[in-house]
Each structure stands twice: as structure tokens, then as C-alpha cells.
Design a protein around this ligand. Structure first.
Ligand code: NAD
Length: 329
């Protein structure tokens, strides 16, 4: 690992973002364009949508290409950076599409690493806190090897990401490819799908509709939630650095699912009650990143307080619902 704080000395003129029409990918495309980087966005719209990047279509530096990265990846011209973000990411999606999830983590990673290697580009893999599974170490540092059930329902996602980390490391050690790995913790914000099954969009939409908020188990299980602008800033700090990682990117503010639900009821001004439902199989009981490495190497730490991020997210979902209502009239 290269030590010392990140300096943005790298010149990146053209980037490829796989999964660029998804939640995180669309924010990455936007931020790269703002930094003057041309973007080629590759997506097969499995869980994302062209709508997420509609506002970028007129930008002269942006190109959207429909492409399944598990088939093969071909991008003509120079490429300085490859961000591999294609993958179903919410439990509802990967439980419905287990083979697609394993394929994009294995074949997709292989093909995108091949692209980065051939072009002499920097490569950043979107890994996840799920590589820690149901953690026996708390908070989770990058040294922790994880506690994953490979044959449990979540294994398809967790093991795909663990495999993609191993493949990324092998390209670096055996071929000299310039790779970095970010382990992203729960991120939320505008452009999440209301029905993607993740807690924040589910709670916000239940609250906005005045329906009961469905909290799994007794709600004492914890997550650490990071606002999307902070996560994207951390990923780009990694992309523009020479660090190999893995580096945790997340917000160490930890809260219980019940507290989160109560907070969203308050922020929406909803009178929704809380309903308790069964806990999913192998659901992690605790989750909190140790972000010391990101702070030391990248000079990065999350800046948006959870209350502010949640308020922006509630406002965005409320505006989406308003637009949908107007269009329906
Ligand atoms: P998302 O579902 O919104 O976006 C994923 C995108 O990948 C979608 O646009 C989808 O259509 C595309 N895709 C899937 N398979 C593809 C394929 N074979 N070829 C081309 N495109 C394909 O999910 P997200 O939340 O934006 O997550 C993006 C990445 O970040 C994922 O790799 C995910 O594992 C990782 N991640 C996200 C979070 C989070 O909290 N959002 C946390 C940890 C890791």
C-alpha cells in the first residue's frame, strides 16, 4: 500500500463507468463531468435506468452505451480510468437475480480489468461492506476477513464481491494493473429506487404514503448510513490517488433500524405506525466502518450530517411523487 495522504496528481481525461445508469454510477458520472472528465457509461439497465442519466445526455463529454459487461467490453479510444460499479446491489435485486450477480462480479470484473490493463488505465472496483458478512469484529477495519455464509441467500452477492476483490488483486500483482478497491458501506440519497427493498427508500415512501414502516426483527440491528455526495467524494479521492486499498468508504455514525424508522417518521411529519416483520436470513446484526485508513490515505471523511442527508432524500422522494402525480393527471 502506498502511504501518505492522497494528492490529485493523476491526469484523467476519459473514464468508463460500468453501472453508470444506476444510483451510485449516475452520481459518479455527474461528478466526473463536473471535473472536466469525459465519461463513457456502460449499462444493461438490469437494475438501473437511462432516466438516471437523462440530464447528462446533452453534455458533449457524456456517452451512454447499452452493454452487458458479462459478455465482453470494448471501448474504442483512450481510457484513463475504469470504475466498475455494475452489479445488482440491493438484497431484493440480487436475491431475484443470483446468477446475474455472480456473473457481473466474476466475468464483469474480468472483462473490465482486461479493459483497464489494455488501456493502461487506473481501475477502481466497487466492493462492499458485505464482504465482512455478519461481522465478528466491530467496527470493521480493512484487516478483518469477514464472516460470510457462501451457501446462504446473500452469498451470491457477498462471494461475488469477494471474488472480484481477489481478481482485482491478482491483476495488480501478476500483471501490474493500477488497481484500487473501495469497500462501500450503506449509502443513500436521490435516485434510489423507491421499491429497491433497501431500508431508507422503503421507510421514506411508506411514511410519505402514511403506511406503516416495516422494521425487520426488533429493529435493534444497526447500520451506518452515508449520504451519496460523501460516498462519491470518497470514491473519486480513491480514483485520483495511487492507493490500492481496500479502503472503507462509509459514515461511522451508527444507528439502529428502529431509530432510523422513527427519525424518518419525524422528518416526513407522517403519522405512520411501525410494524415489525421477520428478520431476513443472515441479516448482519451490526455494521460500522472504521474509516481511519480513508482519513489517513485519502484525507476523506463524510461531511453531510445524517439529519441533513435524510432531509434531502425525503425532499427528493416527495418531489418525485409530486411529478408522478402531475404526469398522471
Ligand atoms: P444500482 O442497482 O442502482 O446500480 C447498478 C447498475 O449496474 C445498474 O444501473 C444496473 O443496470 C447495472 N448493471 C448490472 N449488471 C450489469 C451488467 N451485467 N452489465 C452492465 N450493467 C449492469 O446499485 P448501486 O447502489 O448504484 O450500486 C452500484 C455499485 O456499488 C454496485 O457494484 C454495488 O455492489 C456497490 N455498492 C453499493 C452500495 C450502496 O449502498 N448503494 C454499497 C456497497 C457497494
Amino acid at each position: 500500500m502506498v502511504s501518505g495522504p492522497a494528492r490529485e496528481t493523476r491526469t484523467i481525461r476519459r473514464a468508463v463507468v460500468t453501472g453508470g445508469a444506476g444510483f451510485l454510477g449516475s452520481h459518479l458520472c455527474e461528478q466526473l463531468l463536473e471535473r472536466g472528465v469525459e465519461v463513457v457509461c456502460l449499462d444493461n439497465f438490469l437494475t438501473g435506468s437511462p432516466e438516471n442519466v437523462l440530464h447528462l445526455m446533452e453534455h458533449p463529454g457524456f456517452r451512454l452505451v447499452r452493454c452487458d459487461v458479462t459478455d465482453y467490453v470494448h471501448v474504442p479510444g483512450p481510457v484513463d480510468l475504469v470504475l466498475h460499479f455494475a452489479s445488482p446491489a440491493s438484497p431484493i435485486d440480487y436475491l431475484k437475480m443470483p446468477i446475474e450477480t455472480l456473473k457481473v462480479g466474476s466475468l464483469g470484473t474480468l472483462h473490465t480489468l482486461g479493459l483497464a490493463h489494455d488501456k493502461g488505465a487506473r481501475y477502481v472496483l466497487a466492493s462492499t461492506s458485505e464482504v465482512y458478512g455478519d461481522p465478528l469484529q466491530h467496527p470493521q477495519t480493512e484487516e478483518y476477513w469477514g464472516n460470510v455464509n457462501p451457501v446462504g441467500p446473500r452469498g451470491v452477492y457477498d462471494e461475488a464481491k469477494r471474488f472480484s476483490e481477489a481478481m482485482t488483486t491478482a491483476y495488480r500483482t501478476s500483471k501490474g494493473t493500477d488497481t484500487g478497491i473501495v469497500r462501500i458501506f450503506n449509502t443513500y440519497g436521490p435516485r434510489m429506487r423507491a421499491d429497491d427493498g433497501r431500508a431508507i427508500p422503503a421507510f421514506v415512501n411508506q411514511a410519505l404514503e402514511g403506511r406503516p414502516l416495516t422494521v425487520a426483527g426488533d429493529g435493534s440491528q444497526t447500520r451506518s448510513i452515508c449520504y451519496v455526495d460523501d460516498t462519491v467524494a470518497g470514491i473519486l479521492a480513491m480514483a485520483f490517488s495511487a492507493h490500492t486499498g481496500p479502503v472503507n468508504i462509509g459514515n461511522p455514525d451508527e444507528l439502529s433500524m428502529l431509530r432510523l424508522a422513527e427519525w424518518i417518521v419525524e422528518l416526513t411529519g407522517s403519522g405512520s405506525p411501525i410494524d415489525y416483520i421477520d428478520l431476513p436470513v443472515d441479516d448482519p446484526k451490526v455494521r460500522r466502518p472504521d474509516t481511519t485508513r480513508a482519513e489517513q490515505l485519502l484525507g476523506w471523511r463524510p461531511r453531510v450530517p445524517s439529519e441533513e442527508g435524510l432531509r434531502r432524500t425525503v425532499d427528493w422522494f416527495a418531489a418525485q411523487r409530486q411529478t408522478a402525480r402531475v404526469q398522471a393527471v
